[in-house]
Design a protein around this ligand. Structure first.
Ligand SMILES: CC(C)(COP(=O)(O)OP(=O)(O)OC[C@H]1O[C@@H](n2cnc3c(N)ncnc32)[C@H](O)[C@@H]1OP(=O)(O)O)[C@@H](O)C(=O)NCCC(=O)NCCS
Length: 212
């Protein structure tokens, strides 16, 4: 049942119609955020979550209840499904399964050497820095794998990231792939098969919500 929903969208479009589709508490949260790019990513992430859960559970998006554990991890008490959300400028990803899952999406960019030094294990650093090219890609591969593992675990920032070794399967099975300019990793009970990735853009998402 493991499935990944990946959404690409214009990071900085002005779109009041989008905010009208959100529940009031999410609208209020978005309004408090000063950076429009971040506010839009949260809004898109929220809509993608409702889309993904309604597809996976076979129910209407308005039937979905989203609550939040004290650690910050969101969950839906009435569905019998586990899920995880990640959003960044221009992309969001939601992973759904019957067992706990974690997902992280990051835009491919130059690697951050301070993060590499601070939170990557020795083996992860060696892997990133090995070879001539591809260091930025390997950096974000490890970064997203670490974040996906942390999300699956659910404890959030109270975990010591140095103890999350992405070369072991202690936290779950990790799968990474590239989608346009983004790197996405999933941490789940089983590997994610490429055929179980659903890609959509913002117009498909709006079309879906207009029908509901
Ligand atoms: C909050 C955290 C869970 C993810 O944050 P992030 O990577 O900045 O942002 P993402 O968009 O990928 O994820 C945010 C989503 O994670 C989910 N989330 C929040 N707390 C969570 C937790 N304890 N467990 C699982 N998921 C959680 C939420 O759905 C949140 O989105 P929402 O608030 O809009 O509902 C946390 O792991 C974090 O801040 N990590 C950064 C640590 C770091 O420095 N990493 C360096 C590279 S390894």
């Amino acid at each position: 049942m493991l499935k990944l929903y990946f959404l690409s969208f214009r990071p900085d479009a002005q779109d009041s119609a989008l905010y009208a589709l959100l529940p009031e508490d999410v609208q209020r949260r978005c309004a408090r955020i000063k950076r429009p790019v971040q506010s839009r990513a949260i809004a898109m992430g929220h809509l993608l979550t409702r889309y993904a859960l309604s597809q996976a559970a076979g129910c209407a998006p308005e039937e979905i209840i989203i609550e939040r554990a004290p650690t910050g991890k969101p969950y839906s008490p009435n569905l019998g499904l586990e899920w995880s959300l990640s959003h960044t400028a221009g992309a969001a990803a939601v992973c759904v399964d019957r067992a706990p899952v974690g997902v992280d999406v990051e835009r491919l960019a130059p690697m951050r050497r301070r993060v590499l030094a601070r939170v990557f294990t020795e083996r992860e650093r060696e892997y990133v820095l090995s070879g001539q090219g591809g260091q930025d890609r390997r950096f974000f591969e490890v970064w997203t794998r670490k974040e996906a593992a942390v999300k699956r675990d659910g404890r959030g920032l109270s975990i010591n990231l140095l103890e999350v070794d992405t070369f072991s399967d202690t936290f779950g099975t990790l799968t990474t792939f590239r989608e346009g300019g983004y790197i996405v990793s999933v941490c789940a009970a089983n590997p994610l098969d490429e055929k179980d990735i659903v890609c959509l853009d913002e117009s498909a998402l709006f079309h879906f919500f207009k029908k509901h």
